[in-house]
Every structure is written in structure tokens, then in C-alpha cells.
Design a protein around this ligand. Structure first.
Ligand code: VG1
Ligand code: CO
Length: 579
């Protein structure tokens, strides 16, 4: 092949957000749009990560992935990359990409040093919906801010990109190697089985035999919904082929480029079919399974449900941390530490304190956990946004979370399999609350609001923080049922490993009784702005941990909406999504 230098000019708005660049497909399809971003990424990397390097390129299979993969292959070749690894059909879940970077060895002994992941995660896909791209580093984790800032700077000054336009379309539907010769030597595309590395890793972490006993026990039943995302490519292999679950326990497990027209976000609003099957909501089925779970488009998120019971993600990570050592072989020698993102509830903090574990609170987004893990300071971590994971990779991991819960259930039910009453998901959660107290928690999302209005609301909330007296006057005027605000600030994080500082990571109002209100602007949307409001209240009187969470939180919700003048600023009388 030959290398062409194509003249281009900067395109506005290519700043990577919480998790890469996410835009409408029609934006990505503009001339040079994808190419500018990919070249800006190559230019932001040190030479050894490009010249002669091995790169993984794949994603959740959403609309436009196939074209994007072909473009990136040609650009990689032109930029001097030696090998591009592509999961069969261009499919690799985000956690599988992380695993492939860390674990896979090529036919010639090569190892990957990075990846382009093509996904917009939980955002819908299709010609009128979202596409996305992000770069992951040699440790398998998302590029740190120092790199994403450089990428963004490069997008503002780019004037040419390199591409080998004469490389014919590579067949990514079949496993095999395509070898080509370029001006600087050989180049190859290696299309490989998209599940085997990941399955192998899961088998090295969990006791598959114990989980299989649970899944095939007559008194246990299971359901998994991939929402037509890439998790489907792993669910059949792991749950059915390896662990003996019935095929009928898989819902929406065929990956589709438009996710079947749905919103591939595993929460009570969007995972409707699973929610009904689990006996929840207005179309609740009779006789639901014991356990249900769902994943997002790129399979890094998870939702855990029991029979007629929802586990909040903040509780989920706390419960996994509390039970990991006895239930999961990978953790049998103990946890190095635990971490959560700032808006995630403090349920994990209480576990860390009781078990005497190192604990960290980091900004939203998975990249911050990676540094702690690379330094051996953190084993288990999670976010309120249905993200849970561990140091086996450097991304959150939806299927891992399900296997973690199945391991806990298998362990707690060792004596009960075969017949009789099981310790249920709900039993485990209620027992956890009885031991550690309960963090009532909810998140209100105001999606696609006017960006200017959202900024004004945030600025207003920051300004209010200069006088706590004033804040408390307003709060008490709205409700006398809440504690005093003891502190209010904007969250700022200093990475304990490399000392880097991240500012403006969310506005916090911290109450004397441990309650919290947090306001943030989303960094993953593709249009307008999304305001996220996180509301939390701690209850450690075990006679009061069984309330409905929206009831328990009603006074705080009222305070949050009043204090922020939500309706006044946004014109919205209700959020678009409540989780
Ligand atoms: C959201 C979540 C955040 C998560 C991020 C990426 O970000 O709040 O917790 O890490 O999505 O998840 P934001 O900036 O929109 O609040 V995923 O599954 O989209 O990679
Ligand atoms: Co995701």
C-alpha cells in the first residue's frame, strides 16, 4: 500500500468527554471528522506506541462501526502501526478490550499497547443516534486527562492526516490474518475470536464450578438481558456454554447495530423487559426468577436485580466488597483497597471502615481508578451509574459484576442447593443494611436541557456556597425535615499516585447527618447538556432501613429542587430519568 497525506483543517467540538468523543452519527460522517480525531490521537502518543506497535480496534458493533474500523485500519497502516487486532465482526466489549490489551499474545508473540474502542456506551445507536470513539492505554484503561487534553489540542491545529487509501476492505467477519506490505515494511490485520481471552480471564477469577452448581440447581433461576448490546456475544459463551444456564434465560442477546431501537442502558427505566420479568413495575410477571441482570451497549455497566427487588449500584459495590474474600477465589488473600466515584453513595465507605480497608473517592469516570490499581492500592471499585469492577482489568465490567453476585449467592447457598429455601438477593441486601446501615439513594437526570441554562444553574449553585448561613436559611425554608448543611464545595481530586489535580468535579452540599446533594454536568451526552442530581441519606437505625427510597428521600429531593431553582433554570418540572 501507499501512504497518502490528506489536507484537512480543524473541526470544532472534538473534546473527549468522561469517556471519549461521543456525537451523533451524522456528525461523525462529516468529511474528515473521524480521521481528524484518529490522527490527533496518534499525534498525542509517544512514537513507540505508534511506529511498529500493535493496536486493538473494535467496539459494541453500533451503526457506523464497520466503516470506522476500515478507516482506522488504513490510518494505522499509514502511521506505521505494525498490527491491528480486530474482534470478529468488529465486536469487543469495553472490558474485553481491556482484557485483550493486558492478556492477549499474538501469533508472533506480540502484545498490544493501546486500543481504539468504538462505542457510545449506553447511548442509543443507529443512523440518527450516537457513535463514539475512545483511546485506551497499555494498562488497558482509558487514556488519562494528560493524553485526552493533548488529543483535543491537536484537533484544534491539525492540517493533515495519513491514510493508506488503497488498502481494500478487510473482511472482519472471518477469523484470520490479512498481511500487507507498505513502504516501511509489513502490516497485518488479525481478526480473532472476540470472547476467548475474556472467558479465560473470568475462569481464572471465579469458581466456575460453584457458579455452575448454583445456575443448574432446581431451586435457582436466572435471567440476563444484554439489551442487544455486545454483552450478548459473551453471555451465551459464559452463562450457557460454560455455566449451564438455560438458553431461555438470555434476553436480547443478539448484538444489533441499533440495539433493536432501544436505549441500551441497564436501569429500571430502559431495561423494561427484564424489569417486568423480574416481577417489578407495572407489567410485573408472575413467578419471577431469583436473579436478573442487564448490561449496556458496550457491556461495562450492569444492573443487578433479585426477585421483585432492585439493588442500587452503590449498594452493589459495597456488598461485593464486603463478601469478595470468602466468595471469589481471585480475592482470597484479601482486598488491597476499595474506591468509588464521588457521587456514588457512601455505602462502600462504611464497609471499608469496618473491614479496615484503604479507601479512595475519585472523580466520575473510570480512568481515575486505573492509577490506584496500577499502584496496587485498589481491588474493587464502583460508580452509582451501574458500573462495578476490579483490578483484573482497567475498565468497569458488567459480566464480571454478575459473576461476582452469582459467586456470593453460590457461597451463601452452599448448603441449600438442590431444594429448599435459598438465601435471596433481597436477603443479602437487607442483611447488609442491618450490619452497615442503609444509604438511601436516588439520581435525577435532566437530559438534553439548554446548555446555557445548565451552566447558569451550576454557576448559581457555586455562588450560593459562599454563604452557608444563606444556604441553611433557604434549606430550612423549604423543609424542616432535613439536617443543616455543614459544608459545601466543588469536588477537587489530587491523584495520590501521580499528584495530578482534577478540578470542578461536581458541586456538593454536605449535611450534618451525612446526607449529600451533588450536582454535575454529564460528560457523555452528544447534544445539549444533561444535569445530574444525586441525592443520598444515611440511616443506621436498623428499624428504619426498610422504607421505600423515594419516600425516605422526599424532603431532600424537595430541598435539592428548591435550592437549585431547577424548574426556573431548566423549564423542567420533572427529570427525564430517575434511577
Ligand atoms: C456517565 C456516568 C459515569 C460513567 C460514564 C461512562 O458519565 O455518570 O459514572 O463513568 O458515564 O460510562 P457522565 O459524565 O455522563 O455523568 V459508560 O458505560 O458511558 O462508558
Ligand atoms: Co458503557
Amino acid at each position: 500500500f501507499k501512504v497518502a497525506r490528506v489536507q484537512t483543517s480543524p473541526i470544532e467540538g472534538q473534546k473527549p468527554g468522561t469517556s471519549g468523543l461521543r456525537k451523533k452519527v451524522k456528525v461523525f460522517k462529516q468529511p474528515h471528522y473521524l480521521e481528524n480525531f484518529v490522527q490527533s490521537t496518534f499525534n498525542a502518543l509517544t512514537e513507540s506506541k505508534v511506529i511498529g506497535a500493535t493496536l486493538v480496534v473494535s467496539g459494541d458493533g453500533r451503526y457506523y462501526s464497520e466503516q470506522a474500523i476500515q478507516i482506522i485500519i488504513r490510518m494505522a497502516a499509514a502511521n506505521g502501526v505494525r498490527r491491528v487486532w480486530v474482534g470478529q465482526h468488529g465486536l469487543l466489549s469495553t472490558p474485553a478490550v481491556s482484557a485483550v490489551i493486558r492478556e492477549r499474545v499474538g501469533h508472533d508473540g506480540s502484545k498490544a499497547t493501546g486500543a481504539f474502542i468504538l462505542t457510545a456506551s449506553h447511548n442509543p445507536g443507529g443512523p440518527t443516534e450516537d457513535f463514539g470513539i475512545k483511546y485506551n492505554m497499555e494498562n488497558g484503561g482509558p487514556a488519562p486527562e494528560s493524553i485526552t487534553d493533548k488529543i483535543f489540542e491537536n484537533t484544534k491545529s491539525i492540517n493533515e492526516y495519513l491514510i493508506a487509501e488503497d488498502i481494500p476492505k478487510v473482511d472482519i467477519s472471518a477469523i484470520g490474518i490479512t498481511s500487507l506490505e507498505g513502504p516501511e515494511g509489513s502490516f497485518e490485520v488479525d481478526v480473532f475470536d472476540n470472547a476467548s481471552d475474556y472467558v479465560k480471564l473470568m475462569k481464572s477469577i471465579f469458581d466456575f464450578q460453584a457458579i455452575q452448581k448454583l445456575l443448574t440447581s432446581p431451586n435457582f433461576s436466572f435471567c440476563y438481558d444484554a439489551l442487544h448490546g455486545v454483552a450478548g456475544a459473551y453471555a451465551n459463551r459464559i452463562f450457557v456454554q460454560e455455566l449451564g444456564a438455560k438458553e431461555s434465560s438470555l434476553l436480547n442477546c443478539t448484538p444489533k447495530e441499533d440495539f433493536g431501537g432501544g436505549h441500551p442502558d441497564p436501569n429500571l427505566t430502559y431495561a423494561k423487559e427484564l424489569v417486568a420479568r423480574m416481577g417489578l413495575g407495572s407489567h410485573a410477571a408472575e413467578d419471577p426468577p431469583e436473579f436478573g441482570a442487564a448490561a449496556d451497549g458496550d457491556a461495562d455497566r450492569n444492573m443487578i436485580l433479585g426477585k421483585r427487588f432492585f439493588v442500587t449500584p452503590s449498594d452493589s459495590v459495597a456488598i461485593i466488597a464486603a463478601n469478595a474474600v470468602e466468595s471469589i477465589p481471585y480475592f482470597s488473600s484479601g482486598l488491597k483497597g476499595v474506591a468509588r466515584s464521588m457521587p456514588t453513595s457512601a455505602a462502600l465507605d462504611v464497609v471499608a471502615k469496618n473491614l479496615n480497608l484503604k479507601f479512595f473517592e475519585v472523580p466520575t469516570g473510570w480512568k481515575f481508578f486505573g492509577n490506584l490499581m496500577d499502584a496496587g492500592m485498589c481491588s474493587v471499585c464502583g460508580e452509582e451509574s451501574f458500573g462495578t469492577g476490579s483490578d483484573h482489568i482497567r475498565e468497569k465490567d458488567g459480566i464480571w459484576a454478575v459473576l461476582a453476585w452469582l459467586s456470593i449467592l453460590a457461597y451463601k447457598n452452599k448448603e441449600n442447593l438442590g431444594g429448599g429455601k435459598l438465601v435471596s438477593v433481597e436477603d443479602i441486601v437487607r442483611q447488609h443494611w442491618a450490619t452497615y446501615g442503609r444509604h438511601y439513594y436516588t439520581r435525577y437526570d435532566y437530559e438534553n436541557v439548554d446548555a446555557g441554562a445548565a451552566k447558569e444553574l451550576m454557576a448559581y449553585l457555586v455562588k450560593l456556597q459562599s454563604s452557608l448561613d444563606e444556604v441553611n436559611k433557604i434549606v430550612k425554608g423549604i423543609s424542616s425535615d432535613v439536617a443543616n448543611v455543614a459544608n459545601a464545595d466543588e469536588f477537587e481530586y489530587t491523584d495520590p499516585v501521580d499528584g495530578s489535580v482534577s478540578k470542578h468535579q461536581g458541586i456538593r452540599y454536605l449535611f450534618e447527618d451525612g446526607s449529600r446533594l451533588v450536582f454535575r454536568l454529564s460528560g457523555t451526552g452528544s447534544e445539549g447538556a444533561t444535569i445530574r442530581l444525586y441525592i443520598e441519606q444515611y440511616e443506621n437505625d436498623s428499624s428504619k432501613t426498610g422504607r421505600e427510597s423515594q419516600d425516605a428521600l422526599a424532603p431532600l429531593v424537595k430541598v435539592a429542587l428548591g435550592l437549585s431553582k431547577m424548574q426556573e433554570f431548566t423549564g423542567r418540572s420533572a427529570p427525564t430519568v430517575i434511577t
